[in-house]
Design a protein around this ligand. Structure first.
Ligand code: SAH
Length: 261
């Protein structure tokens, strides 16, 4: 009689924004003990180099406009492989539960009766700003921070009035191609034209670039510096602190020092 293999487990692992030193011990353990690794587009090469060479690893990423595999099919693949007894490590950029569709994968798996473990990772907003010398909150400058995806279900979903007036640091994920929409919407809802902004491109990687300016020129900065994905947009007075906290990364000198004004 053939013995049925026990069902496998799925670890949905956040790999952080790029620097392999930002992986958690738990993430490394999940990577090293997996039978199968499925990884995303945002998982950096340096992190992929840590995958054990004996473990099959497949790219199932979603680069803007070119999905290698549809989310529905990916969910089914995870269920099928786990039912076949594989312990799967599903590696995602940043944190799986921050704009990472980790929740959708976890739901599909739990609904199929499969054990899921979620290993949190350092989300881009946290990692990239730290490496850029921009504290997300700072006494007197920002009492909170708000993470926003510029790729919602519909553009109308965002409450621009609240965002423009909340006096939080705003961090836009997936905002590069929407920079003029973000700029115009915040300006139309009353955010000051000279609010400091920064783009962080390839954050926490060897080729990280930080480019600063003001809200009224947000979209123009993309062309001026040839900014490419992955990039985060940070909006708020905390951006001015980078000049003191990480001067070597600053590509554009800040003319309007609101801190000292
Ligand atoms: N789950 C991820 C976010 C996925 S959405 C996380 O928690 O970080 C993808 C977006 O994240 C990108 O379009 C970009 O805006 C941002 N991003 C991810 N990694 C980044 C990096 N290393 N540098 C700059 N932006 C990054």
């Amino acid at each position: 009689m053939q013995v049925k293999k026990p069902t496998g487990k799925v670890s949905i692992v956040g790999a952080g924004p790029g620097d392999p030193d930002l992986l958690t011990v738990k993430a490394i353990r999940a990577i090293e003990t997996a039978d199968l690794i499925l990884f995303d587009h945002l998982v950096s090469e340096e992190i992929r180099d840590l995958f054990p060479p004996t473990v099959p690893a497949f790219y199932v990423g979603k680069k803007k406009g070119q999905h290698s595999i549809a989310q529905k099919d990916l969910n089914s693949l995870l269920v099928k492989k786990a039912l076949a007894g594989k312990n799967i490590c599903r590696v995602k950029g940043g944190d799986p539960y921050v704009f990472g569709r980790g929740g959708e994968e976890a739901l599909a798996l739990t609904q199929a009766g499969i054990t899921v473990e979620v290993v949190p990772g350092i989300t881009a907003a946290s990692g990239c700003t730290a490496y850029a010398g921009i504290p997300l909150t700072h006494r007197g400058l920002a009492q909170g921070c708000t993470f926003i995806t510029a790729h919602g279900e519909t553009e109308a979903d965002l409450n621009w009035n609240a965002l423009a007036n909340v006096r939080h640091t705003l961090v836009f994920y997936m905002g590069l191609s929407k920079a003029s929409w973000i700029q115009n919407s915040l300006l139309e809802h009353g955010m000051p034209r000279r609010t400091p902004v920064a783009f962080i491109e390839n954050g926490c990687r060897a080729d990280q670039r930080v480019m600063q300016g003001h809200l009224y020129e947000l979209a123009e900065l993309v062309d001026r510096y040839g900014i490419e994905s992955p990039a985060l947009i940070v909006v708020g007075d905390v951006v001015t602190l980078a000049a003191q906290l990480q001067p070597e990364f600053i590509h554009s000198q800040f003319s309007d020092r609101r801190l000292s004004a």
